[in-house]
Write a protein that binds this ligand. Structure first.
Ligand SMILES: Nc1ncnc2c1ncn2[C@@H]1O[C@H](COP(=O)(O)OP(=O)(O)O)[C@@H](O)[C@H]1O
Ligand SMILES: [Mg+2]
Length: 223
């Protein structure tokens, strides 16, 4: 069964007085467990599409169904809860809180979710830091870590609420090629663990990790 179904998704922004259509009718499905690379030139609408798939933004028109739930019908508050429960995000610039420790950064998304009493977020955070190889860095600040280590913290944070979908927007864009491979290996192992992964990249070596490549061009999926 598909995890994500998009039907004729359109998105426009107002730039001054002018309405500009950025996504021009996108239909696609992503199956549970797929590892998908979203490729395309700068400005083609990849981040805009990922924001909609990740419920960070809503389409201007069209239908989006995630795990059988029609997302288009949710209020803003419901959407935030839905996003926090089902989505994990990884960004090019890591987006870690600079004054928080590694452990606090990983725990951050648990503050906004009411979880079952037995879920033990602290234990889970430590297990995830171990999984990404940073169990001895939990008291460090992000600035005391390398770029690759910061991205590992971001991946642990993305996993803390056990999301169905991991969305990564150019996660290796700031990293040298050997660190980039380590990060992609880690994301791939999440995929092998049953997570659905969507990665934006314009790098073919990164895209080679995916089971499927979706190409975007000028607001449309091409080929
Ligand atoms: N919030 C916004 N307001 C106005 N224009 C936007 C907004 N977000 C994106 N755009 C425009 O949409 C186009 C596609 O952007 P984006 O989705 O970031 O492309 P990509 O990620 O493929 O580089 C760009 O021309 C960008 O300027
Ligand atoms: Mg982008």
């Amino acid at each position: 069964m598909p995890l994500c179904i998009l039907r004729n998704i359109r998105k426009s922004f107002f730039i001054g007085q002018e309405e500009v259509e950025i996504l021009k009718g996108i239909s696609l499905a992503i199956d549970e467990g797929e590892f998908v690379a979203l490729m395309g030139p700068s400005g083609s609408g990849k981040t805009t599409l990922m924001n909609i798939i990740g419920c960070l933004d809503v389409p201007s028109s069209g239908e989006y169904i995630f795990a059988g739930q029609k997302v288009s019908g949710l209020t803003d508050d419901e959407l935030s809860i839905f996003r926090n429960e089902h989505m994990g995000f990884v960004f090019q610039n890591f987006h870690l809180l600079p004054y928080a420790t590694v452990l606090e950064n990983v725990l951050l998304p648990t503050l906004y979710v009411s979880r079952k009493k037995d879920s033990e977020p602290l234990k889970r955070a430590r297990d995830l830091l171990k999984l990404v190889g940073l169990e001895d860095r939990e008291r460090f600040k992000p600035s005391q870590l390398s770029g690759g280590q910061q991205q590992r913290v971001a991946i642990a944070r993305a996993l803390i609420n056990d999301p169905r979908l991991i969305l990564a927007d150019e996660p290796t864009g700031q990293l040298d090629s050997s660190t980039a491979r380590e990060i992609m290996d880690l994301l791939q192992s999440m995929g092998h663990g049953g997570k659905t992964v969507l990665v934006i990249t314009h790098d073919w070596e990164t895209a080679a990790y995916a089971n499927r490549k979706i190409h975007m061009q000028d607001g449309l999926v091409s080929g």
